[in-house]
Design a protein around this ligand. Structure first.
Ligand code: NDP
Length: 293
């Protein structure tokens, strides 16, 4: 196989930010600066890193991003009360609760407390229902980013067999639904694999497109896919090494062996990750437009 097309999420994200500039300018001309409220509970180091990189992006674009940090022992009632305030605060058009929450809190109830109009993560059951029925409002950022990468590189899913590995509510499941919708960015035949799937590689080796979203470093290797496959690697795993940092990032795909078979592949880092943040910005701009129309 010749060299695969490298699907650079970093590059696609740049075009997303460019395309958002006139929309942001129009809002600012009306006196509206798109604003995101981020709720961070506890002191999970990975969550802090994610929240910081999201906030930095908003600041770079001169948008509002404010992080509300609470101790891990905040009560459910207090947290719901805070979300209630943010639902009514006109400075914020989007509200994001950084997951995972401490086990003492009920994640589903917290998500349901967010106003669907400000649910820029697209996790509220109202928005999930709309997505499932083919009338999406806010599409979860990672699946939306994956579809945007594919359309940027003119890679169509229509008629293809897409195998998604991982069924989380934030990545695998919504992506499998979006890919199967009857519309131009969908029309795929989808298979959704998870930890109870028997012989996952029997599925991946038949796929035209494999989306690896399971959180297991280098799980999918060249021998598990067929020639000409399109590979989307969502995983972000830290592998210990002897570098100064002590680790490096790797995806759920073993890049060197998979790249030998693939027609197109996303790298880690620089693939799906930057698109997740770009889609969060896009959803927040969209929320600001709708709320101030
Ligand atoms: P979750 O842990 O919520 O879900 C993992 C899914 O993978 C589950 O459905 C699980 O099955 C399945 N799974 C786990 N191990 C196996 C296995 N050995 N074989 C088959 N299926 C398996 O993960 P997320 O969806 O939140 O994240 C997945 C990965 O993507 C992580 O590395 C995460 O860091 C990364 N990520 C990256 C983002 C980005 O912007 N690039 C954004 C979000 C996540 P079961 O349901 O049966 O337990």
């Amino acid at each position: 196989m010749s060299q695969p097309l490298i699907l650079s999420g970093k590059e696609v994200a740049r075009t997303v930010y460019q395309d958002l500039q006139p929309r942001i300018a129009r809002l600012k001309a009306k006196g509206v600066t798109p604003g995101l409220a981020v709720i961070l509970v506890g002191d999970d180091p990975a969550s802090r890193v994610y929240v910081r990189s999201k906030s930095r992006r908003f600041e770079n674009l001169d948008l509002i991003s404010e992080t509300f940090t609470y101790p891990a022992d905040i009560s459910q009632a207090q947290l719901l009360d805070q979300i209630g305030h943010l639902n009514h605060d006109p400075r914020f058009h989007g509200i994001l609760v950084q997951m995972p929450l401490p086990s003492s809190l009920d994640e589903a109830a917290v998500i349901e407390a967010i106003s669907p109009e400000k649910d820029v993560d697209g996790f509220h059951p109202y928005n999930v229902g709309r997505l499932t029925s083919g009338q999406p409002t806010f599409i979860p950022c990672t699946p939306k980013g994956i579809l945007r990468i594919l359309s940027h590189y003119h890679l169509r899913l229509d008629g293809k067999h897409v195998v998604v590995v991982g069924r989380s509510n934030i990545v695998g499941r919504p992506l499998s639904i979006l890919a199967s919708l009857k519309n131009p960015s969908g029309n795929a035949t989808t298979t959704l694999c998870h930890s109870r799937t028997r012989d996952i590689f029997a599925h991946t080796s038949q796929a035209d497109v494999v989306v690896a979203a399971l959180g297991q470093a280098e799980f999918i290797r060249g021998e598990h896919v067929r020639d000409g496959v399109i590979l989307i690697d969502v995983g972000i795993n830290r592998l210990a090494d002897s570098s100064e940092k002590g680790y490096h990032l790797t995806g759920d795909v073993h890049f060197p062996s998979a790249a030998e078979k693939a027609a197109a592949i996303t790298p880690v880092p620089g693939g799906v990750g930057p698109m997740t943040i770009a889609m969060l910005v896009e959803n927040t701009v969209e929320a600001a437009e709708k709320l101030t129309a």
